[in-house]
Design a protein around this ligand. Structure first.
Ligand code: F6R
Length: 349
């Protein structure tokens, strides 16, 4: 059933290339983005967007904020559902309420959806499970088409959430990035020699006192997600941090046993991020840099393809962070499909 893979998680990482093709089929076209599920009329009168989600789905939402605000010029607030639910948010009727959920059953996310509906907002679900509670509740749904995800640590569902938000952003902005989207799908194909390299590299990263994943812009939410993947299956403490925030406290933790995974985009704030890496190197942290631009100073380096589009870098880095988390956890003897204390679908509050 695992198709020759050691774990479902590994299978699902490898599947991402096919799954993203499915996710974009008939939606990413040469003439622009098309969604059968919604039309332009649905978005009329929308001046704001609130995205509500939990965990990995929340991280995807954060990527959506960067994309939609930059391209479509619509204000986006991204909310952790368990917080949004119990405060008294100001919900205005010109707001589109988007929920993101793999399972469609996450209790907190579902409750925020009901709350938004009650306040009279238009609601849209990005969800992987048709006929789930969230899909039944929402006005409209764009299905993620990731197939069944078995690994508790979400991988391919995250990939489709980010891709769907990217397409939605194009749609709202009347922007056509047909070729970049296809390029981003292409780079998720796992290169086995890269996987071997990550396997070898993971040896170095099992001991220290914790990890920081750092990045700027869309690579900040990817840092959050990379850190979440690592902590949930390896049980090693990890944090995602905006690269520019390290100097405001966390850099005090830097020593050779602090591991840093630096997501260094060539296309967005390269020099700024590079100097943040330099600061960590100067304080003797052990740094693994992922970039298309070789930088000599760090302990380890994983090269990604050269591209002019940050989202293409994003998807290639995403696969690398997933593989790294998995290899560290396997090396520690953990069952990466069934991490302790976690359930695939969180239907309790
Ligand atoms: C992490 C993970 C969780 C889920 C979260 C929301 O790998 O899977 O953080 O993302 O529980 O679940 P869904 O997307 O089903 O609402």
């Amino acid at each position: 059933k695992k198709g020759g893979f050691r774990f479902y998680m590994e299978k699902e990482i490898y599947e991402q290339f096919e799954v993203l093709k499915e996710n974009t089929l008939g939606r990413n076209t040469k003439e622009g983005i098309k969604f059968e599920e919604v039309d332009k009329k649905f978005f009329e009168g929308i001046n704001n967007i609130i995205i509500s989600a939990c965990g990995t789905s929340y991280h995807a939402g954060l990527v959506g904020k960067y994309l939609i605000e930059r391209d479509a010029k619509i204000r986006v607030n991204v909310e952790v559902a368990s917080e949004l639910r119990y405060r008294e948010p100001l919900l205005s009727q010109d707001t589109l309420f988007i929920v993101i959920s793999q399972s469609g059953e996450t209790a907190d996310t579902l409750e925020t959806l009901k709350m938004a509906k009650k306040a009279g907002l238009k609601t849209l679900a990005l969800c992987n499970v048709d006929n789930s509670s969230i899909v039944r509740e929402a006005d409209k749904t764009i299905l993620l088409r990731a197939g069944i995800e078995k690994g508790v640590a979400s991988t391919k569902a995250f990939a489709t959430q980010v891709m769907t938000l990217w397409m939605l952003s194009n749609y709202l902005a009347n922007k056509n990035e047909y070729y970049a989207i296809n390029e981003a799908i292409e780079v998720t194909k796992v290169d086995t020699s890269l996987h071997e390299k990550i396997k070898r590299l993971s040896k170095r990263y099992t001991k220290g006192h914790g990890f920081f994943y750092i990045g700027r812009d869309i690579f900040f939410p990817l840092a959050l997600e990379g850190a979440l993947k690592l902590k949930e299956i390896s049980y090693i403490h990890a944090e995602g941090y905006p690269a520019g925030e390290m100097k405001h406290g966390p850099i005090a933790l830097a020593d050779p046993d602090l591991y840093v995974v630096a997501l260094l985009s060539k296309n967005i704030l390269f020099d700024k991020t590079k100097s943040n890496i330099e600061e960590l190197v100067a304080r003797d942290a052990t740094v693994l840099t992922i970039s298309s631009e070789y930088i000599e100073m760090t302990d380890d380096f994983i090269r990604i393809n050269e591209t002019n589009h940050p989202m293409v870098e994003f998807f290639e880095m995403m696969v690398i962070t997933q593989l790294l988390a998995m290899e560290v956890a396997i090396r520690m003897g953990n069952d990466v499909d069934m991490p302790r204390n976690l359930a695939k679908s969180v239907t309790v509050e």
